[in-house]
Design a protein around this ligand. Sequence first.
Ligand SMILES: [Zn+2]
Length: 1042
Amino acid sequence: MRFSLRRTLLGLLVMVVLQLTVYYWVVAPDRRGRSPSLTRLTPLPRQDRDGPGTCDVKKCPEVKEGMINVHLIPHSHDDVGWLKTADQYFTGEYPKSKGGDIMYTEGMQCVRCVLSSTIRNLLLNPDRRFIFMEMAFLSRYWNEIDDRVRQQIKRLIESRQLEIVLGGWVMSDAAVTYYNDIIDQHTLGFDFIHKTFGPCAQSRVAWHVDQFGHSREHASIFSKMGYDGLFVGRVDFQDLAVRKKTKTLEFVWETSPNADDYSGNLFTQTTFDGYYAPRGFVLDGVENLFKGSRELENTLEFMNIVRERANAFRTNHLLLPMGSDFGYRVAGDWFKNMDKLIELVNAKQTEGKKKVIERERKINLLYSTPSCYLQHVHNSNLTWAVKTDDLHPYAIAPGAYWTGYFTSRSGQKLLVKHAGATLQACKQLGIFSRLKDSFDRTNVLRKAMAVMQHHDAITGTEKQHVSDDYNHMVSEGMLQCQSVISEAYNKMLETPEERRHYQFSFCPELNISSCPPTENGGKVVILVYNALSRPLNTWVRLPVTRQSVSVRGSKGEEVPSQLTAIPSGVSRLPRRSSESDTEVVFPAMLPAMGYTSFVLSTSQESAGGQIPMRTNTGKADIVMENKHLKVTFDGQTGRMKALENLSSKRSTKLSQDMAYYRAVQSGYRSSGAYVFIPEKELPHRVGGTDPVSVRYYQGELVQEIHQQFCPWVSQVVRLYKDSRHLEIQWTVGPIPTNDNQGKEVVSFFVSDLKSGGKFYTDSNGREVLERRLNHRETWNLTVVDAISGNYYPVTSRIFIQDVARDTQLTILPDRSQGGSSLYDGTLELMVHRRLLFDDALGVGEALNEQEGNDGITYTGKHYIFLDNIHNSAVLTREKALENHFSPTLTFLPLTSNSDSILTNMPKKSFLNKPLPNNVQVLTLDYTSDNHSTVYLLRLEHFYEKGESPILSTAATVKLQNLFSPFEVTEAEEVSLGGNFNPGTLKRHQWTTDNHHVNTPSIASSDYNELMESPFIVKLKPMEIRTFRVYVSGPSSSSLFFS
Ligand SMILES: [Zn+2]
């Protein structure tokens, strides 16, 4: 993580707290006196027959029977940051240094210009159409234009000349994103569309043309949001060739084996050749394509292209993207040429028989949109090929598998995780404490998190200065959210007699063991908030500088604690300003959706807190053991050699090493930000065959093996008391490049499990997909890249199974990483990459992140589970949730006159009673109306069918008294994106070659439009249901002591 702006941010935090204090005393009393009102909001959109998003179909252009109808799709592909920041792309301006002054120069990419030029050009000709995707840009444009232009846009949307396809805040990446974040970023976009343009503006087509491969889970989310079709632009070159030959570029994707009635099925097209206009017809800067002799030449050329492409499709319709990256800055170039092209080609169809073209299929060109195209394909009543796996990994050619970005910019990927957890806590605490003005502050992080899901943000495929800008934006959002959390705690602490204005602080660098409030000595109150809707038993680790430490719990009781050494790799990090070399570790039992508090006291007076340490002087094996697990390290080599689960009686030989692949950096393409191109050889152990130096810290609460593999790679293997998994904290960097060799570092596990060439990875953190080595489900794979071609995105977990031994080995990373199982019984996860060359795919920079004058060092965690197959499913699902909703820690140093209220804060859960063990609150959020008595609530069943005889069954939740701060008085179910009533929607039905027909409804079989108290909700495996809940007003009693 790069928090280079730390001091500035701390300064900003102080300012925010000061402002809050001012707000609290000046503004808040009036607001607080107001009595709550329960006003129903505008009802959700309802349509007569076909539901929202189909309002467009009646306005589709005419087509001609018997001809190839070519649907020209004018569009501009506008990345929300890539080579320039999102802001630079929007304004078209970028800073250019000139003689010490910063000048602003207009660049070729300017989304503001695209929109204004396109709108003017659409108004000139009612036949012209245009599609737009990113609400991050459209909402910004909307905010700066006058009412005249706003009315023009509304009319263009109504006439369907301008169609919003997709409608997310950004076009999210499909590999390394987490499902909750994907849903949230679309909800944000849909909110804007619905509020600004009404329900008809949202098309039911997903345009996902630049993702680097595509996940099944993202497609599944689209189906549940009510989309009828998905267009993807990038699939493996081998897959694409087969699909062209077999006319299966269009298919029905069965996106969820857990969805009943094939409701997860989604019609999908992989475009013929990406999203650009055909070569020679990219029209930016082209004044007249048809000058003189070029008129006939270009017309015939275009017709040849159309015929070639049409042959790969089964209907008389061809979708033809007419766009480019940031195209349409001068939209007239495109539209004038396309007007002419349509006129010329269509005129050819009516000329006499002497024309050669008469023997060919006739062509009808028209301006169109993806939803109009889809309607005609649907009307063709064909049956379609089926796909049940996903579209990862993606390769454009031999030696170019886009599997490097699964790991690229590892720190940024972790920042997204931390920010996501903070956002959940911030939303929940703001709502539970009934803050009335926290919506806008929360929105800063909500929007930043949405932008981070963009396919050149979280992927790490942007330029360094753009990555810096993203990190800055997220840090800003986190500061705003921290101010909400502080205010929420203050509000909870107040009594009728006294208001509070404590200045809480946060430790964003806790992952590198830096936290000034706990290192400064004295007494510190620590509030730990658990955003999970289940109780959580976890461990808190905090850096301290004094040697005598005591921890007390919320009732003043003593909490057992232990000191341990901060890993040497971490304490040496150049960006770490902390002097501390010791951490205190203590257990925290956190209530569901609630908090507990601790008081940490440190002093130098007593010497009671020595770190228990044993250096491995002999050559005997070292064994770490608790009541569940036993892990053995070889006394000779210092490396792990066996893992045993004592409870479930499962064991395996298990060695673990850190190793690196040497990056290919010659020839046409080098390994880079997108692609992973290793030399064709086994990975090299870091430190060679030398023994690993080992220190063993044997404490009551946690045992740790500190291993130093070589000067730039170290790790700690931890076994906590009673823990059912092993934790490995790796620290890697600076990766040496003095040999001019880029390196890609993996953590490599070798077990004796017979995994039979199969392994499993999650899809966007949710359903699990089986992977088979050197195999693809729908075509015969020619193996050209045995390593990178078998890498898959691991968002939350990867595992192998030995079915005969009923044994599963699972690894959960703390952020998205690339992973594989390349040999029987092995698992590997790539943790860090440092590369010296660009991969010639556009970014134009080597992925060589710097810190000071050297490569950056990262530290992170892997959680290792060995258990029987059933236990593994349950334990790892729970741990994956915990990783995503990790606890939020808030600190308050106690001064001598701090009152006792802080040292006696009781535990508090905002849930009245626990949810069933297979259900969680996925979302508790404000609605975009920012109404203090209406919230968005998503409940999720987080098990798949067949994972557990008990937990994979349906569950029931009553909404009425679910939360303690308020009662749910009304509830209405909405679609997954929160933007319409699911009972009103009828999706297209598609028949597959194996006779599966999807149900047209996306509503749950249990859906009831008129929900009555106590609002009982039933959830089936993997089902997510979304509600708008209307709740009782705030009570006047103290939330804290109720
Ligand atoms: Zn893009």
